[in-house]
Design a protein around this ligand. Structure first.
Ligand code: KG4
Ligand code: ZN
Length: 333
């Protein structure tokens, strides 16, 4: 049904102005314009600054994406965009721009939940991923274990009760002056470090699948505040030990959920899934338990618009929707 349909996707929920175009299964362009340089000096994303930057960039990024795909605006068959969760000002820019494009060319307009986008991301490169599976969604704002019994049926098994995993990386990195965003900065510094050098907690919560990271962050900052000159701990050891504690915590609940439900396929998504240690441990677990594993590449784990395109496509396919039938109703909503 969607074999040759051209779908345009927008993702502007945080600090990336991202636009992708797919023709059926083929990813034609995946433009990601990051605002890291703009927010770096603040040590975190400033919402007002982010929405202004999206508004300034989006038109040019749209035109360059069309040019790179060798397409005219009239070639687009479907328009999709993230409608949340995320920074409201940033979302509004992408949503309104996408809807205006759909309206101007009289084509269907679909919205996609940002986390459903992350959940669908492995499909960009691997159409064999099929429910039932359990996915670990780990981003700057969310940490979720989701059981996908069938497409569209998403059962939240566990979530964080305080900080998200990405937030735990970002906040400690800001505290230590390691760089922004914190996840990639800590991963880089951890290279060559000893992950067992510093004893840090693996926090537990009352609910077996829920997460908590704020105590770990406090334990790490306390460790630094009480550090003795005699302690022979390098930056790499410290970063590696902190990363290991986050990865171990993520894995332990996830492994339990997979074992309890008995599913045979696992998956993941969100910016923290770009972490090489987390990917390594997910792969080892899958191999030991002989599970199918579907991880998006690191570039497709962090925010991008290709995941919005595939999630919209997947929704259309699994609901057997005819895009011409929904064209008028979707454009008005
Ligand atoms: O999904 P994402 O790109 O944006 C949100 O939806 O939040 O995730 C961003 C988060 C940030 O907290 C960032 O520090 C983290 O993902 N992240 C990483 C890595 N790359 C990005 N965390 C650990 N290791 C990485 N390599
Ligand atoms: Zn995200």
């Amino acid at each position: 049904m969607l074999d040759d349909k051209i779908i345009l996707g927008f993702e502007t929920s945080c600090d990336e102005t991202a636009i992708a175009i797919m023709k059926g299964d083929e990813l034609l362009v995946n433009t990601i314009s990051s605002q890291i340089d703009i927010h770096e000096k603040f040590g975190g994303v400033v919402p007002e600054v982010a929405s202004r930057a999206h508004a300034e960039m989006i038109r040019n990024i749209f035109h360059s994406s069309l040019n790179n795909a060798n397409l005219q605006i009239s070639d687009i068959d479907i328009v999709s965009t993230t409608d949340g969760p995320g920074l409201v000002g940033s979302l509004v820019v992408g949503y309104n721009f996408a809807k205006s494009i759909a309206w101007s060319i009289d084509k269907p307009f679909f919205t996609v939940d940002h986390m459903v986008g992350h959940l669908a991301a492995p499909l960009i490169e691997n159409k064999t991923m099929k429910p039932p599976f359990i996915t670990l969604l780990v981003s700057g704002g969310h940490t979720q274990i989701v059981l996908v019994e069938e497409w569209g049926s998403y059962q939240l098994l566990g979530t964080t009760i305080d900080d998200a995993a990405g937030e735990a990386f970002d906040k400690l990195s800001r505290f230590c002056g390691f760089g922004f965003p914190g996840g990639p900065a800590i991963q880089k510094i951890s290279e060559g470090g000893d992950p067992a050098k510093i004893e840090l907690p693996r926090p537990k919560t009352k609910h077996e699948y829920n997460y908590s990271f704020s105590g770990l962050k406090t334990a790490a900052t306390n460790f630094l505040n009480n550090l003795d000159i005699e302690d022979k701990v390098t930056r790499a050891d410290f970063a590696a030990s902190y990363q290991e504690a986050i990865v171990d915590s993520l894995l332990s609940n996830f492994v339990k959920a997979v074992n309890d439900t008995g599913v045979k396929s696992i998956s993941g998504g969100g910016g923290v899934m770009a972490n090489s240690r987390l990917r390594e441990k997910m792969n080892i677990f899958a191999e030991e338990k002989e599970l199918n594993i579907y991880l998006p590449t690191p570039k497709l784990s962090t925010d991008n618009a290709a995941m919005i395109c595939v999630a919209a496509q997947n929704n259309l396919i699994t609901n057997d929707m005819n895009i011409e039938d929904v064209r008028l109703s979707s454009i008005i909503t």
